[in-house]
Design a protein around this ligand. Sequence first.
Ligand code: GAL
Ligand code: CA
Length: 368
Amino acid sequence: MKSKLITLLLCISLAVSFAACSNTSSQPEGTPQNDPGTEKTPAASDELPILGAGIYSASDNFNTYIGKGITSAAKGIFQTNIEDGQNDQSTQNNQIDTMLAKGAKVIAISVVDVTAAPTIIEKAKEAGNVPVIFFNKEITDESVMQSYDKVYFVGSTGVDYGATIQGEMIVDAWKKNPSFDKNGDGKIQMVYLMGDPGHTAAKPRADYVKKAITDAGIEIDLLAEDTGMWVTATAKDKMDAWISKYGDEIEFIVTANDAMAFGALASIQAAGFNTNGAQSDLYIPVIGIDALPEALDKIKSGEMIGSVLQDARSQGVAIVKIAQNLAAGKGPVEGLEYTLDEAKAVRIPYKAITADNINEAEETYAEK
Ligand code: GAL
Ligand code: CA
């Protein structure tokens, strides 16, 4: 209190010669002196600014890894706590209200329901034009992204959401392993587990993986397709029915994410398939997307043939760096290695992962 008074008196006496004299002591490194975002920071606080962050559901494996990416990138820059939206929009809205009430400088959210984006933007505006970074679940409604100058998106490549790479990996594996064509008809007897249909990436992933295969001149005989909602247990249930109906007729299991690949794998392993990795007598190639750490083990053992890395750590780093810029009143990618596309998005590219380059995915998850 006393020192605050002295500071104030000093400020008043020096006010004529110095333009700004308040609140510069508690700013994070690299924050410009005229940072409008820190004006309301309590002078006595030497705490870090708050990054209000949340994922749509902690039971989503991949989102949990982005949360970890944010937490580790935020060390020494922001104080943050990854809220679990529990797949319930009203729960997440309450969490956002609390973040804003606590004075969050930036909000970073993977939204439960993409149609709730305007509500979240409104809340951030009302709280004093707080910047918002959506991640993972893309808000494809352009008018929403254009409705606020401080809203951005961090994710991975849009349009096909990694599925072209997945399709090319299938083509490659198919060509290298003639034994995969069990009935010798030249076509892939395939089953497909789709993501949550309410999710921006679900349909494009289902379409583009098939397009990449047929573009390579290989016909698909789609035995079954259904949504596994991104979830292991749901995927296992669907696969249980398919494996008992089609058994060894299935020549490829393609899933829109690894969590569902794990469910499919558990199901076919219970039916005696892939129990000894690539050496199994009964074998069906399985491929997912995300390249989660758990998938890397299964790729090494041959239980899965590969996955498409969606780089959770790099997304977390991008979110924090952009948030730091925005909190400092700078442009989102000013001085950073990222570029913003016309959808106001920063995108981290996908990467094919097989047993041959598994180290590239492992590096992503290595503790740093
Ligand atoms: C996708 C990811 C899925 C799931 C989904 C949920 O990008 O590949 O595993 O996390 O997002 O939004
Ligand atoms: Ca065949």
